[in-house]
Design a protein around this ligand. Structure first.
Ligand code: ASP
Length: 299
């Protein structure tokens, strides 16, 4: 029997809005999970799989990452992303990206082409050019739904958050795990605001000794409980995967926080937990069985 490999992806935790396209988000997650799983099946690494799955979701205008990102209070897109691999704990992250089509690929470039973990601003843009990554006019990332949302928010502050951050976790046949997360952040955020997504240990964490986690939800809450690393630490001290995910989510009570996470353990268990109304997700387990869901009672 070949060694197990698995993948799970999410398309964002949050409230269910009247215009929420949950079913479409579920389908988008399925396509991303399949893209990552195809790489794993062909012998690709967990890192390849999570980057590819997240890039598929960044390119899908339905999600709040890459094309389709939310706008900040100045009406601009500022995107964050990170990636981590569990074999040697290498990580790469970028913040406030405005012109790169796939911020997750730029995060990978930080990890693989520099001595650093986290780049932002003009240095991150320079790396994108050096790495030959596809760039676009910042307006190309703005979809009509988010432009309309910005208008509404401009006239009436404090609308419910827009879910749609994306992430993926995987275990490959060599026993290595990886995680990646990408987002446009929180709608109408202050210019320069950076959430949990690019912060190693908060939005993303991977360690072959425990597993890999990608988080989504209110970044200011996730950061304060270091959500992804908390879940991995609980796994490492021996909690079953479900208990580790539940205990990490329970920690959010300390900050009255709303968020969700997807987790793959080093042995290939997949767990998803959230305390919000919805978290679109899809996963393909060790037996190759594909499943997906949007909210608690879906599928
Ligand atoms: N965690 C993301 C952020 O705070 C947003 C989200 O997951 O919906 O930037």
């Amino acid at each position: 029997m070949s060694a197990p490999f698995v993948i799970a992806v999410h398309g964002g935790a949050g409230p269910i809005a009247p215009d929420d396209e949950g079913e479409a988000a579920r389908r988008g997650c399925v396509l991303a999970a399949r893209a990552g799983h195809a790489l794993l099946r062909a012998g690709g690494s967990a890192l390849d799989a999570v980057v590819e799955a997240v890039a598929v979701l960044e390119d899908d205008p339905l999600f709040n990452a890459g094309t389709g990102s939310v706008l900040n209070e100045d009406g601009e897109v500022e995107m964050d992303a990170s990636v981590m691999e569990g074999e040697s704990l290498r990580a790469g992250a970028v913040a406030l990206v405005r012109t790169v089509k796939n911020p997750v690929r730029l995060a990978r470039a930080v990890m693989e082409r520099t001595q650093h973990v986290f780049l932002a601003g003009s240095g991150a843009s320079a790396l994108a050019r050096e790495a030959g990554l596809q760039e676009a006019d910042p307006r190309a990332f703005v979809v009509p739904k988010m432009a309309a949302r910005w208008e509404r928010e401009y006239n009436k502050r404090g609308l419910p958050p827009v879910p749609g951050t994306v992430g993926a976790v995987a275990l490959d046949a060599r026993g290595h795990v990886a995680a990646a997360t990408s987002t446009g952040g929180i709608s109408f955020k202050r210019r320069g605001r950076i959430g949990d997504t690019p912060l190693v240990g908060c939005g993303t964490y991977a360690d072959d000794a425990s597993g890999a986690v990608s988080a989504t939800g209110h970044g200011e809450h996730i950061i304060r409980v270091v959500l992804a690393k908390t879940a991995c630490d609980l796994l490492e001290v021996g909690l079953p995967a479900e208990r580790a995910a539940e205990a990490a989510i329970a920690k959010l009570q300390r900050v009255d926080g709303s968020a969700g996470l997807i987790l793959v353990s080093r042995t290939g268990e997949i767990v998803m937990r959230y305390n919000t109304d919805r978290m679109a997700r899809a996963w393909i387990d060790v037996s190759g069985r594909e499943r997906s869901a949007f909210s608690r009672d879906a599928l």
